[in-house]
Ligand binder design. Structure first.
Ligand code: 9MR
Length: 389
């Protein structure tokens, strides 16, 4: 159905029905976010605004209130990763993921699953077994197959988008890129060859044919100077599609830093993936800057909050300009939960809310842009994304 051909009244009625159906399908009453929330404004233009969540932080009422009211899609920061779901071989722990799915269903939200195949956050038993030779490459392949099928099956019907494969492409500083730009030092590529990425998509598709399957990476939408990594992903995904591999979308993580300038090719690169018929998404947006200390995370540069607002807004505008961009997800919303201070010495203040969960200029910038987009007549046709599952 193309909303463009509908009257405004019919459009409104269709969206109410869609919202109610989604909520009642899970047996929950409809959830009504505040009209000026990011999610309510974005809903008017068929965009989902998401956040990474730490499921057990949902016990804190202030945190849960923002998670519910501002975002229409949620993703677990860690709780669907292999290390967490199978800490001991053969014993699954879905509790974190289940908790998040339940929260999402109670609040009319969709879920981005993250992530099925990645070199990082693998269970110790798996890595040790491979390293000491007790797990052969043939067994490793079977274990990955089982992991993907079991996890996708467990969450079947509850996941909107899966990040099937994460961070397989080489950066300019990685020493052993393969000819097509895949990182030759990647754990999975080293043991199983690069064809394992396509197999992961095939296995995930068999387990849940309705989930949208994404390849997810950083610096693949104009963030690296030469655009070489984006070019490599573009050429690879084009080849995969020609071979019939079930890939539905490309996720650009969107981890930016105020010291590097805003990536000028972001919209162009997102559009290039979209022109292949793919959906695109911003999946892990945050914008770090230098801070006084890791606890209070006060920017050292008084202009940093405004630069940050500009970068967040720039990513949103790049997404809005590309019709196939279906979601804009931030990697956590409160600075107290951010991964940045632990990974980038001296940096922080990367999220939309500060360490006390107070909204920053970046939040206001997104709110204003969404409000403008929602009111802009030329965006009316954008609404058809709202009905996509
Ligand atoms: O937010 C995650 C953090 O809690 C973990 O310690 C970290 C481990 O590498 O992973 C973080 O999330 C990453 C995501 O899964 C993939 N893209 C980069 C993210 C930030 O490291």
């Amino acid at each position: 159905m193309r909303m463009r051909s509908m009257t405004a009244a019919a459009l409104g009625a269709a969206m109410v029905v869609a919202t109610a159906t989604t909520a009642f399908a899970h047996g929950n009453p409809p959830y009504h976010p505040p009209a000026d929330s990011l999610r309510a404004l974005a809903a008017k233009i068929g965009l989902r605004v998401g956040t990474a969540i730490i499921p057990y932080d949902l016990d804190h009422p202030d945190y849960a209130a923002i998670a519910a009211s501002q975002f229409s899609v949620v993703t677990p920061g860690n709780e669907m990763k292999w290390q967490v779901v199978e800490p001991t071989q053969g014993t699954y722990d879905w509790s974190g993921g289940d908790r998040l799915v339940q929260f999402a269903q109670e609040h009319g939200q969709l879920v981005r699953g993250h992530t099925l195949v990645w070199h990082n956050q693998l269970p110790d038993w798996l890595v040790q077994g491979v390293n000491n030779g007790t797990i052969s490459n043939a067994q490793l392949r079977d274990l990955l197959h089982k992991h993907i099928v079991d996890e996708v099956t467990h969450f079947k019907g509850k996941i909107w988008q899966w990040d099937v494969a994460n961070e397989f492409f080489a950066n300019s500083w990685d020493p052993h890129p393969l000819p097509d730009g895949i990182n030759g030092d990647d754990f999975w590529v080293q043991h199983l060859g690069e064809g394992i990425i396509a197999d992961a998509f095939r296995w995930a598709h068999q387990a849940d044919p309705h989930a949208l399957l994404f390849y997810n990476d950083y610096n693949i939408a104009g963030e690296d100077g030469t655009n070489a990594k984006a070019d490599a992903v573009y050429n690879w995904v084009k080849k995969m599609l020609a071979e019939g591999v079930p890939i539905n979308g490309i996720g650009d993580q969107g981890h930016l830093d105020t010291q590097y300038g805003f990536p000028t090719k972001m919209q162009e690169d997102l559009q290039r993936y979209a022109d292949l018929g793919l959906k695109v998404a911003i999946t892990e947006a945050d914008v770090r800057t230098f801070v006084t200390d890791a606890t209070t995370q006060q920017p050292t540069d008084p202009l940093a909050p405004y630069a940050q607002a500009n970068y967040y807004d720039g990513m949103l505008k790049a997404c809005l300009a590309v019709k196939n961009c279906i979601s804009y997800t931030v990697w956590g919303f409160g600075d107290a939960d951010s991964w940045i201070p632990g990974f980038f010495s001296g940096e922080g203040y990367a999220n939309l809310y500060d360490v006390n969960l107070q909204p920053k200029p970046a939040y206001t910038a997104l709110q204003q842009t969404l409000a403008l987009a929602a009111g802009a007549p030329h965006r009316a046709g954008f609404g058809h994304h709202a009905l996509r599952r």
